[in-house]
Design a protein around this ligand. Structure first.
Ligand code: FAD
Length: 447
């Protein structure tokens, strides 16, 4: 096996590689350990070497060499995915895309960047010109834009713009195919969806064109409430108030705030909180909508400097992380509430699992309608009970995107691969070498 590896490395020429086993093993992981189920399945899986392309030409070389040697390629961005998306199941090359980090241009309303660019770097560059990314995950300070498009769904900003799936939220993607003679394909408009949340199975993304939103001065706000449903009700009203410019609205049930480290002084004992990012000019309107219903315990400009923790690192899936820091017995779920019965269903789930499912909601737009997704923290007992909790949600009309599975299909709403993605995979990866095992409906005609 090591002879084969040596031949592969020789063919890679001057493309930088890392073969030190300890490093390769460590970089072959992501945040799958949030799930006790994935942790058991994926622990110990590793690539054989890391390749570090410096530009698209290097990516093409790696793709061509791997196609000829029939060696798998798994792309890694920031490695912050939660479902083992970036974990190579069958060894091979871990392609670290972080060298492709150039910002090609920023124009009014759009930017074109290398897929390995970190989202916080893109945002800072855009903000200097009065623009910002429409949305980013709560891992903005670690994650790459390519990893977000290939492995994520939405997040901070989705209350205004919906998720990455909404038409217009990815303008174009440039991908390299994995063939003996790799091709470079520009997917524009709807076609870019062929790589969205496909876990890097449908091509190596080298560049992305993303839409931008006007940049605001954002204010981090925490409001404390006696009762979680009060926080949820007010959050929903603020979500529906189109005149109030916001980026986050996240009601969080007590006792979750008791785990919030540096934020604890703003989280009074026994209170549920609403976390919000509000544009400064909208702050007064936000406060008058609130009236006397809750108490504002924090109001400060969003500060993303390295020594600070911006409020968004307590919501979305960072809530789970904050709890996991001191309690490793919890895990989480990903729920989507029906837009026409949001609060009713939140209350129903709360009654069904009073202590086992600790709710926090993230208000979003989904298909043009205001609803909430939710990544509740679960007090974990065993896999059967976890599956039962998911079933009980779905039976009652709360959709679950299962975060305890590693294939594109099982993690999706419809439990199958998008037809366009599956079709495109036959074009972009005919030998089935890209992140093999993650798109399980793909059967190579060639190999
Ligand atoms: P990686 O983990 O490196 O990769 C993700 C997937 O994309 C992998 O399958 C990888 O193979 C593939 N990939 C990466 N780059 C490329 C490329 N150039 N070409 C082809 N395939 C590629 N996600 C959200 O959507 N919203 C959230 O709010 C959110 N919050 C999170 C909070 C925490 C604490 C954690 C741990 C995770 C969270 N996530 C969230 C998941 C994840 O952080 C994001 O989706 C993030 O954008 C992934 O980016 P990354 O660069 O780390 O990707």
């Amino acid at each position: 096996a090591s002879d084969a590896l040596d031949r592969l490395i020789a063919d890679l020429g001057d493309v930088p590689v890392v073969t030190e086993e300890k490093v390769v093993r460590r970089r072959s992981r992501d945040f799958f350990w949030y799930s006790p189920i994935l942790n058991a399945q994926l622990d110990g899986k590793s690539a054989d070497l890391i390749a570090l392309p410096r530009d698209e030409r290097d990516v093409i070389r790696i793709a061509s060499v791997c196609a000829r040697h029939r060696v798998p390629i798994t792309v890694r961005g920031g490695g912050t995915g939660n479902y083992g998306q970036a974990v190579p199941l069958q060894g091979g090359v871990l392609l670290d895309i972080s060298g492709l980090e150039n910002i090609e241009w920023i124009r009014p309303g759009a930017t074109r960047v290398g897929a390995g660019a970190k989202m916080h770097i893109i945002d800072a560059a855009a903000q200097a010109q009065g623009w910002e990314l429409r949305m980013h995950p709560s891992t903005k300070r670690m994650a790459t834009i390519g990893g977000f498009v290939a492995g994520g769904s939405g997040g901070i900003g989705s209350i205004a713009y919906g998720g990455l799936r909404e038409p217009g939220n990815i303008l174009a993607a440039r991908v390299v195919t994995v063939e003996e003679e790799p091709r470079v394909i520009e997917l524009r408009g709807d076609a870019a969806q062929k790589v969205n949340r496909a876990y890097g199975t449908t091509g190596i993304i080298t560049a992305l064109e993303m839409p931008l939103a006007p940049a605001w001065k954002w204010i981090d706000v925490v409001v404390a409430f006696d009762d979680f449903m009060e926080a949820a009700r007010f959050g929903y009203e603020a979500a529906l108030a189109d005149g109030i410019v916001k980026k986050v609205l996240s009601p969080i049930t007590w006792p979750l705030p008791s785990y919030f480290g540096a934020l604890k002084p703003s989280c009074p004992e026994g209170k549920s909180v609403l976390m919000a990012m509000i544009a400064e000019p909208s702050l007064d309107s936000f406060k008058s909508l609130l009236g006397g219903r809750g108490t504002i315990t924090l109001e400060t400009p969003t500060d993303e400097s390295p020594s600070r923790v911006p409020l968004y690192e307590y919501c979305w899936n960072h809530t789970t992380l904050q709890v996991l820091k001191s309690d490793r017995s919890v895990t989480y779920l990903q729920c989507l509430y029906p837009h026409d019965r949001v609060l009713e269903k939140v209350a129903e789930m709360r009654e069904l699992f009073p202590d086992e499912v600790l709710q926090h909601l993230e208000f979003i737009r989904f298909g043009g309608r205001v609803t909430c997704s939710s990544l509740p923290v679960i007090r974990y007992t065993n896999a059967d009970r976890l599956n039962e909790i998911m079933r009980l949600h779905e039976e009652r009309g709360v959709f679950i995107a299962n975060p305890h599975v590693y294939t594109v299909e099982d993690g999706s709403r419809y439990k199958r691969a998008d037809a366009d993605q599956l079709g495109f995979k036959h074009e972009a990866d005919p030998h089935g070498l890209l992140n093999p095992g993650k798109m399980r409906s793909f059967v190579s005609a060639r190999r």
